[in-house]
Design a protein around this ligand. Structure first.
Ligand code: SAM
Length: 281
């Protein structure tokens, strides 16, 4: 980041050529996100969720016309207290950041957080979700949100996947990214790590041998493995599963959307965990 990225200041920005704004816009590219370890969260809700979750904030940009809004002032004050740079910008400037005609009135630049594989601790009743080469940022964001709704403990990205820190993926998580740990592993590393998994590994496959409703998911931790959107699970990953489940379908479609299939699975797994606990929600 340039020297213009000095913390603790409040600046007014009207020019889209402002160097800080240019650096924020550069976060649209994965390469720049990786190099800086930063990403963009758009909207008051997401920025507030990230601050609530203790995520490190570097910059907050808000629309000048929102400068007297109490919630925006509170966000700016919290970010400033962390030493973040606070920018008051014209709507034109904000629209170049989010590349939308109807831009969000608040955006924040945060530090990425990856969970280290060795930090994954699974206990009885826990659910973790591993995604093989997930390609679509909307699918990934929706899965992170769904995992949060179902009480999953975290997500493991396997192989070359879409970036969870892209603006599209972050948007689709609706803030759940800030509560859901995300780890990443290559395929070989995953196969190795999986050997130490203390519970059941459940894969989903169009040629799955078991109806997903016929499996008992209660007790031990469950690792749910979902296949790539185009190719499904490759043989090496499919063979690493204790169970390969099929979600029976009617109609003409050849498969469910990845995020929908994940939703079906996680709520079935959650139902078993709740039956074990004798709970009703
Ligand atoms: N053409 C791909 C294939 O042959 O597997 C379709 C992949 S599907 C869009 C993405 C993933 O969602 C699959 O790899 C699987 O994990 C899951 N999935 C989708 N529909 C499923 C079903 N009916 N039963 C089990 N898993 C399913």
């Amino acid at each position: 980041m340039t020297d213009d990225f000095r913390p603790g200041q409040v600046r007014e920005v009207t020019a889209v050529s402002n160097p800080v704004i240019k650096e924020i816009r550069a976060l649209a590219l994965k390469k720049n996100r990786e190099e800086s370890g930063r990403f963009l969260a758009e909207g008051l809700k997401l920025v507030t969720d990230a601050l609530d979750g203790g995520w490190v904030v570097h910059v907050v940009v808000f629309a000048k016309k929102m400068s007297s809004n109490a919630a925006v002032q509170a966000v700016a004050a919290r970010a400033r207290a962390q030493g973040a740079l606070i920018l008051e910008a014209s709507e034109k400037v904000l629209s170049t950041i989010s590349r939308r005609d109807n831009p969000q009135m608040v955006v924040g630049v945060f530090g990425q957080r990856w969970l280290k594989p060795e930090a994954i601790r699974a206990q009885d009743g826990d659910l973790w979700i591993a995604l093989d080469r997930v390609r679509d940022p909307g699918n990934l964001g929706t899965i992170i949100r769904t995992a949060d709704c179902a009480g999953a403990k975290g997500i493991i990205l396997v192989g070359e996947t879409t970036d969870p820190w892209s603006i599209e993926a972050v948007r689709a998580t609706m803030g759940s990214l800030f509560h859901m740990p995300v780890a990443r592993m290559g395929v070989e590393a995953f196969l190795q790590w999986r050997k130490g998994w203390p519970g059941m590994v459940v894969g989903t496959h169009l040629e799955g041998a078991v109806d997903y409703r016929g499996v008992d998911y209660s007790g031990k931790p469950v690792l749910l493995l979902m296949g790539n959107e185009q190719q499904g699970l490759p043989p090496a990953l499919a063979e690493s599963c204790d169970r390969l489940c099929l979600i029976p379908m009617a109609g003409q479609a050849d498969s469910l959307n990845l995020a929908v299939a994940t939703g079906v699975m996680v709520f079935e797994i959650r139902r078993h965990a709740l039956v074990m606990k004798g709970a009703s929600s």
